[in-house]
Design a protein. Structure first.
Length: 490
């Protein structure tokens, strides 16, 4: 399996870390003394945001109205965002803005305040690592830079949003039209990474029987290959859905970036709602799209709730394992190709064995140690062990992961891999997931897959580099189980 286990190109989202004290923002700009939307003021209880962005994507203006109570402040989504706010006002009165936020002292129930963000400076001083990127005349812009949330956020008080006419925007928030506002901002937006896109976006609605996807294409797009690329998104979603019996979420945002690189890259985000960001070659051929597993991989991430980097052994391991399994079951690749991808990865993970830390610690420090191969593929090895043991009991990892989806776990909570392993065991009334995970999380050695390979009849021969070949023994003790893993149940 070719790999792109590099540090994510877009470390993006709500809930970013706050920093130390930062320089004071500029004084109030004149555009904040008048409402930015002509619609009537909101009447239903909650905090109501209206956003407007100019055609050149240089400035974001926000109006926030409070019904049923006023918080103490609007807090910076992260400390790094403070220097880019141009000011805040209530009518003609300038509000105090500092590293703690926009002070709302004196604001009464029913009032609206306004603030502005200098996006031109954000683009100049931030980068893709910060969730910011210009894509032609469009832009990726994490809410970390422009969505200043109420602080405190009383439980049960809705936060609604809309975009002023002329503002082309794609956000992951659920559509919930009420009182002139179009979106409900969920709590997960303030906990997990998220992404939004702005500009004259080319938008498509892609559907499969169990889900729909709002696909926004940024920049110059894919030209004559647009239909082929959106079909690839649809097929990727269907492959994931077929593995699980249904797609794990009802709707998702997909942000597509036409990119000059030779191979695709992607990531999945959960802040405010499921989002897949996919960087795909500008003019991919049919053969390249058929061979591209990135869409399946990223969309399969929605089978688990959001998790921190410390749990990458679980969320990357399970998805890395299930990606070729799903593609083989769908007939997109052969059984032999799927096992070759997996055992190439296991060989790489063993060869690039990390820094000698136990797996759970290597996972926690993955971005520091750069031990991506070790963490991803050790987790994928655990997933193979799970699947084999489950098949021996007449079950499968796809089934237990589907049970995890059905639990609809709180997306604003920070789940651990051990907690999810316990829930998987509870679903199958077994001890497979916890027992096998605990055997390896405190070990520095890469999981030994030789007994499994022997039983399944998989003989892997390394190549001159890190790739190799697989021979499948038709007389192996568990050849039927091996085939069942890569074959869709009838």
């Amino acid at each position: 399996m070719r790999s792109r286990f590099v540090a994510l190109a877009f470390m993006i989202g709500c809930g970013g870390p706050t920093g130390a004290a930062v320089p004071a923002p500029k004084r109030l700009e004149t555009g904040l003394t008048a409402p930015i939307a002509s619609a009537e003021a909101p009447r239903t209880p909650g905090y109501h945001y209206t956003f407007a962005i100019d055609e050149g994507l240089t400035r974001m203006k926000a109006e926030v109205c409070f019904v049923g109570g006023v918080p103490a402040r609007l807090a910076p989504p992260m400390g790094a965002a403070v220097p880019f706010i141009e000011g805040a006002a209530h009518g003609d009165r300038v509000l105090t803005v500092n590293d703690e936020g926009i002070d709302l002292q004196g604001i009464e129930d029913g009032d609206c305040i306004r603030y502005a963000v200098d996006l031109e400076r954000v683009f100049a001083e931030a980068s893709g690592w910060d969730g910011v990127a210009r894509v032609g005349d469009d832009a990726l812009m994490s809410p970390d830079w422009w969505l200043w949330p109420p602080d405190p956020r009383p439980e049960g008080v809705p936060i609604r949003a809309r975009f002023a006419a002329g503002t082309g925007a794609s956000v992951p928030w659920p559509v919930d039209e009420q009182d002139g506002f179009t979106h409900l901002i969920p709590e997960s937006c303030f906990v997990w990474k998220a992404q939004a896109a702005f500009g004259q976006l080319e938008e498509h609605r892609v559907t499969i029987p169990s889900a729909e996807f709002n696909v926004a294409v940024l920049g110059n797009g894919f030209g004559s290959r647009t239909r082929a690329v959106t079909d690839w998104v649809r097929n990727s979603a269907q492959v994931a859905a077929d593995l699980l019996g249904r797609f794990p979420v009802d709707r998702a945002q997909v942000l597509m970036v036409a990119d000059g690189r030779r191979s695709s890259f992607g990531l999945a985000l959960r802040g405010g709602g499921p989002t897949a960001v996919l960087l795909v070659r500008t003019e991919p051929s049919d053969a390249e799209l058929a061979d591209d597993w990135t869409g399946v991989h990223e969309l399969l991430h929605f089978t688990h709730p959001p998790m921190t980097t410390a749990e990458a052994w679980f969320y990357e391991g399970v998805v890395t394992y299930l990606t070729p399994v799903a593609r083989a079951r769908a007939g997109d690749i052969t059984e032999e190709a799927a096992w070759t991808e997996l055992f190439d990865g296991y060989h790489r993970g063993h060869h690039k064995s990390g820094t000698g830390l136990p797996l759970h610690e290597e996972s926690r420090r993955m971005h520091e140690t750069r031990a991506y191969w070790r963490v991803y593929w050790a987790g994928a090895a655990i997933a193979l062990m799970w699947d084999v043991e489950l098949h021996r009991q007449g079950r499968s990892l796809a089934e237990t992961m589907r049970s995890l989806v059905d639990l609809r776990l709180d997306p604003a909570r920070k789940w651990t891999g051990r907690q999810l392993a316990a829930k998987l065991d509870a679903a199958c009334h077994c001890d497979v997931h916890q027992r096998i995970a605990e055997q390896h999380l405190d070990r520095a050695e890469f999981p030994d897959l030789r007994p499994y390979a022997k039983a399944l009849g998989i003989r892997y021969t390394p190549g001159k580099a890190l790739d190799g070949t697989v021979a499948l023994d038709p007389r192996a003790p568990e050849v039927a189980l091996r085939r069942a893993i890569m074959t869709a149940p009838k």
